[in-house]
Design a protein around this ligand. Structure first.
Ligand SMILES: [Zn+2]
Length: 359
C-alpha cells in the first residue's frame, strides 16, 4: 500500500512539474510577442462569385479531360451562370444518365454553393484515386452537371432574391419599388393554385413584389430560372439535388402538397439512404391533404419532376443560414459530397427502377 501511495505522490509531482514547465513555456511565448495568444476560430471564408469563377476556370483549364465549364445564361446584372460538367469524354453528349446539382437559388444561403464547389474539387482530386474507385466509376458512367450559384447576383448582394427590379406592387407600375424575385417560386408549376387556395399558398406574399417570396410577374420570367429550364429541356437528366439552408430537412415532390407522386417508393428509398448519411429529417407525405404544411408552388423540384420526370430532391443544410464555424461547413461539404456521389451511383439505375415501378 505504502509503495503505491509513494508512486502516486511521484506521479502527481511529475504532473505538477510538467504543467508548470509547459505553462511557463506558454507564458514566455506569449510575452515574447506582444499579441495575446488566445484560441481564435477564424470565421469561414466563403467564396465570392469572382473567386469561384477563377477557381472553376483554373480547374477546367488543368483538367480539361474530365471537366468543362460553360455559361448557361446571364443574370440581370450581367454575371455568367456557371455550369460545370464532370465526365469522361466531357466534350461529348453521351448516352449516360445526367445528374444535376444546384446551389444558391437563394443568394444568402451560402453553404449551398460551398457544398457544390467542394464536390467539384473532391471529384477531380479523387478521379485517379484507386482506393475511391466509385469516383472513377461515376465519371465513366454518368454526366454530372453542377451549377453552384444559380443566383450569383443574390450571392453578391447576400440577399435571398435575385437583382431584377420590380415595377410597383404586382409588377404593374412604372416605378421601381423593390428588387428581386424568389427564384424557387418562379418555375412554371401550378401557378393557378394561388387563386384557388390563396391563403394556403400565401397569394399576397408571392404577388407583393417587396415580399421575400415574390414569385415574379409570370412563370420563368427570370434569366436564372430560364437558364435552368433551357438546360433541363435539352439534356438527359435523371436525378437532381438542389441545396438550400437551413433546417436539416430533405424534401421531395410534391413540394406543394402531401399527395405522393407515382415515384413515391423510389423517392423514399433514395431519401432514406440520404438521411442515413446526413441524419436529416426526411419529409415524406403523411396525409393526403392539400397543401402540405409550408407547401410551395413554383419550385424547381416540382417542375423538374413534373416536366421531365427527374428525381429531384431539395436539401436544407445545417442549422443556420450562414454558419461561420469552419468545421461546421467542412462537415457539411464532406458529408454532402458523399451524398452527391451516392446520387450519381443511384442514377445509373433510376430509369430502370422507374420503369419497373410504372408497369
Ligand atoms: Zn432556400
Amino acid at each position: 500500500m505504502k509503495k503505491i501511495d509513494e508512486k502516486k505522490r511521484i506521479l502527481v509531482a511529475v504532473i505538477i512539474f510538467s504543467v508548470l514547465i509547459l505553462g511557463s513555456l506558454g507564458i514566455s511565448s506569449v510575452s515574447s510577442d506582444d499579441s495575446p495568444r488566445m484560441v481564435s476560430f477564424e470565421p469561414y471564408d466563403y467564396h465570392t462569385y469572382q473567386e469561384m469563377t477563377e477557381l472553376l476556370q483554373n480547374l477546367a483549364l488543368n483538367h480539361s479531360d474530365i471537366m468543362s465549364l460553360s455559361s448557361i445564361g446571364r443574370t440581370y446584372q450581367g454575371r455568367d451562370i456557371w455550369m460545370v460538367k464532370l465526365s469522361d469524354n466531357v466534350t461529348q453528349e453521351e448516352e449516360e444518365p445526367g445528374v444535376l446539382f444546384m446551389g444558391a437559388h437563394h443568394g444568402n444561403e451560402k453553404p449551398s454553393f460551398e457544398v457544390c464547389i467542394y464536390f467539384i474539387e473532391y471529384m477531380i482530386e479523387n478521379y485517379g484515386n484507386s482506393s475511391l474507385g466509385e469516383v472513377r466509376e461515376v465519371f465513366d458512367n454518368t454526366q454530372i452537371y453542377v451549377v453552384p450559384m444559380v443566383n450569383p447576383d443574390g450571392v453578391e448582394a447576400e440577399t435571398r432574391k435575385n437583382a431584377a427590379p420590380n415595377h410597383g406592387p404586382f409588377g404593374k407600375s412604372k416605378e421601381i419599388t423593390s428588387y428581386g424575385v424568389n427564384l424557387n417560386r418562379n418555375y412554371d408549376d401550378l401557378w393557378f393554385l394561388y387563386y384557388i387556395l390563396p391563403v394556403q399558398y400565401g397569394l399576397f406574399f408571392t404577388m407583393e413584389d417587396s415580399s421575400f417570396n415574390y414569385r415574379g410577374p409570370r412563370p420563368f420570367s427570370e434569366n436564372e430560372t430560364q437558364a435552368i429550364k433551357e438546360f433541363a429541356d435539352s439534356h438527359n437528366i435523371s436525378a437532381s439535388i438542389s441545396y438550400h439552408t437551413y433546417g436539416e430537412i430533405i424534401f421531395f415532390p410534391w413540394m406543394h402538397s402531401t399527395q405522393p407522386t407515382r415515384d413515391e417508393a423510389l423517392y423514399l428509398s433514395i431519401g432514406e439512404n440520404i438521411s442515413e448519411m446526413n441524419h436529416y429529417y426526411l419529409y415524406a407525405g403523411e396525409t393526403h391533404l392539400i397543401p402540405r404544411f409550408g407547401g410551395t408552388l413554383g419550385s424547381s423540384e416540382n417542375w423538374l419532376y413534373r416536366e421531365h420526370g427527374i428525381i429531384a430532391f431539395l436539401i436544407e443544410l445545417g442549422t443556420q443560414h450562414v454558419p461561420t464555424n469552419s468545421e461546421t461547413i467542412q462537415n457539411l461539404c464532406q458529408t454532402h459530397s458523399r451524398i452527391n456521389l451516392y446520387m450519381c451511383q443511384r442514377a445509373l439505375t433510376i430509369e430502370s427502377e422507374k420503369q419497373r415501378a410504372h408497369l
